[in-house]
Design a binder for this molecule. Structure first.
Ligand code: SAH
Length: 375
């Protein structure tokens, strides 16, 4: 910290080694960081004064230079299926979203990594909002911390994994996580750290539209499950649906995926495939997809398209989705159909819109993909 910078340090943004260094700078022994983490992440404590096994003087010192601050809640919505969506404050004018999806055997929290998104995927409502900024590590971790507290307060903590409500985290909210690599990787480390949220690497999933160089970097840095938004079996169609494909075509993307699995001794990559009526849902396209993935550590997750105002796409019929899945199964692939949750509160995949002031100009808009990759 420079003398001019007197704003408190948000501890939710520090990995274990960073917190140890911070505590040492304050003149305390590094093991104090463990105690702090235990209060913050195991007990969900947000006030230093309540951390009774820390010396009073240390608590007072912390209160002066540090804080534990999650994003502020702007609004909460409850779906009839138990899904909850929170609108969280990014600044005075902007907001991003987080969604909790309860199931009998787990509780999945879907978090955001950016305010808006710059990638311009044709069928995604976040894309229509444009891009404003990256979330900080503290804002990313703060979502999980906040949800834990909110759900505990609501008495929703009776899922597998003992007494906690959030057993799984997916980076499938607003934003492209790999375009915010610098802040996302430390956040993942805190999610996995046994003194942090202590989630196993199979219970943390990063979903990407396909930023190939960052997939290679991720393989070196941190071990989480990888999901890839494929959505088309050929480059011509994928160029249209997921424009980053023009930079990193399918063959290159798949190479990166197989490398990721090898490098991490992972099980498989999940390929997300949004089902768009008459666009990518024919049996021929299913067979083409099977040819791409067959013999590789791949699973396919078919996502019925979730419509939003102004979209030109429609959801494939249940029969078409079933047929598509059968074609994949017949060719030996593992394929599931994602059950749509929370659509009555616009909390389903691709419906998260938040409130975003687009910082990319009209001229830049067509080049947004490049802006995103440099971010
Ligand atoms: N940017 C990341 C993560 C965010 S979206 C990514 O692209 O993977 C999470 C998933 O929802 C992605 O597979 C995305 O393509 C999909 N999705 C986006 N809009 C959708 C919509 N309207 N209906 C269904 N799925 C959608």
């Amino acid at each position: 910290m420079t003398p001019a910078d007197t704003s408190p340090v948000n501890l939710l943004g520090l990995t274990r080694p960073e917190l140890e260094a911070f505590v040492e700078d304050l003149g305390s022994r590094p093991f104090r960081a463990r105690q702090l983490m235990s209060w913050i992440y195991k007990r969900g404590e947000g006030r230093f004064e309540n951390m009774t096994d820390l010396a009073k003087q240390f608590r007072a010192q912390l209160a002066e230079v540090a804080e534990i601050r999650a994003p502020e809640i702007v609004a909460v919505q409850h779906s009839s299926d138990g899904t909850r969506k929170w609108l969280l404050k990014a600044d005075s004018a902007q907001a991003f979203e987080m969604v909790f999806i309860p199931e009998p055997d787990r509780g999945t929290l879907c978090i955001s990594s950016q305010v808006g998104c710059a990638l311009d995927c044709a069928f995604c409502s976040t894309a229509q909002q444009g891009f404003n900024r990256n979330l900080t590590t503290a804002e990313i971790v703060g979502q999980v911390w906040l949800a834990g507290r909110e759900l505990a307060a609501a008495g929703q903590a009776s899922y597998a994994g003992g007494d906690r409500a959030v057993t799984n985290v997916v980076l499938m909210g607003m934003g492209e996580p790999l375009a915010n690599f610098r802040n996302v990787v430390p956040a993942l480390r805190i999610l996995l750290d046994d003194l942090g949220f202590d989630l196993s690497r199979r219970r943390v999933t990063l979903s990407t539209s396909g930023l190939v160089p960052q997939i290679y970097r991720l393989a070196e840095e941190v071990n989480v499950a990888l999901a890839v938004s494929l959505h088309a079996p050929d480059d011509a169609l994928r160029n249209e649906l997921v424009p980053i494909n023009r930079l990193h075509p399918i063959a290159e993307l798949l190479e990166a995926c197989w490398h990721y699995i090898d490098e991490q001794n992972g099980r498989s990559v999940t390929f997300e495939y949004v089902m768009l009526d008459g666009v990518n849902d024919s049996p021929e396209q299913a067979r083409a997809l099977a040819r791409l993935l067959r013999g590789h550590p791949a699973k396919v997750n078919l996502i019925p398209f979730n419509p939003f105002p102004g979209t030109r796409y429609r959801r494939s019929s249940p029969a078409a989705i079933q047929r598509f899945r059968d074609e994949l199964l017949q060719r030996g692939l593992v394929a599931t159909i994602r059950r749509t949750r929370g659509d009555d509160i616009d909390a389903a995949c691709g419906q998260l819109a938040g409130r975003v002031i687009d910082r990319t100009t009209v001229r830049l808009r067509s080049k947004r993909v490049n802006v995103a990759v440099q971010a």
